[in-house]
Design a protein. Structure first.
Length: 198
């Protein structure tokens, strides 16, 4: 069975929708799922952007916000437009990178996304992130502290550097081998490719 890697940034609106769908889709299809957090900031800088393209392009941004309302309604997701966009995601992404091999990583990822895009919480706050972990029976403060240790801090940077090598330019992405599928709407195609290649 070919593994599907789901590449996401917690600040990414469309990654929210994809992250809330991908686990069930992969499970139903019998495809192994790997969560891969990374940071869009360095990738946007390579493209000459100092902000989200949705902020840089007013028309594109207006479309995205309305589209997210529709998608949240379609998939019955909690939705509240965040008061800060893009919200700093490094802390939550470092935690996700440090627990990526845990069976409950998906629970954490989804909890962070709901906090950011459903409840408008500051996911760069250690207490917020620790509280999310506590919410499904983990020792949140210890996990956050461990994710900030020097030997774990580099995991997120390594993911971002690998993303650049793979040609990632936005989020979300599914990667199957060296094959890249960009966008929330490409999830089913990526899973079908995984089944074909498995």
């Amino acid at each position: 069975m070919r593994r599907l890697e789901f590449w996401f940034d917690f600040a990414s609106t469309y990654s929210y929708v994809a992250a809330m769908r991908i686990d069930d889709l992969c499970r139903d299809a019998g495809v192994a799922l790997k969560w891969v957090p990374f940071l869009l900031g360095p990738i946007f800088q390579l493209q000459g952007w100092n902000d989200s393209p949705f902020n840089l392009n007013e028309r594109r941004g207006a479309y995205m916000w309305r589209d997210l309302e529709r998608l949240a309604a379609k998939y019955r997701l909690r939705w509240r437009r965040p008061t800060v966009f893009p919200r700093a995601s490094t802390l939550a992404a470092r935690v996700a990178a440090s627990v990526a091999d845990e069976v409950w990583c998906g629970d954490f990822v989804r909890a962070v996304y709901v906090a950011n895009f459903g409840d408008d919480l500051d996911i760069s706050d250690e207490q917020v992130v620790a509280g999310l972990l506590d919410g499904f029976g983990r020792d949140g403060s210890s996990i956050v502290k461990r994710s900030l240790e020097p030997e774990r801090r580099g995991l997120l940077r390594a993911n971002t550097e690998r993303g650049i090598e793979l040609g990632i330019f936005g989020a979300p992405n599914c990667v199957v081998g060296r094959e890249l599928f960009w966008g929330e709407e490409a999830l089913e195609d990526a899973i079908a490719w995984s089944q074909k290649e498995g």
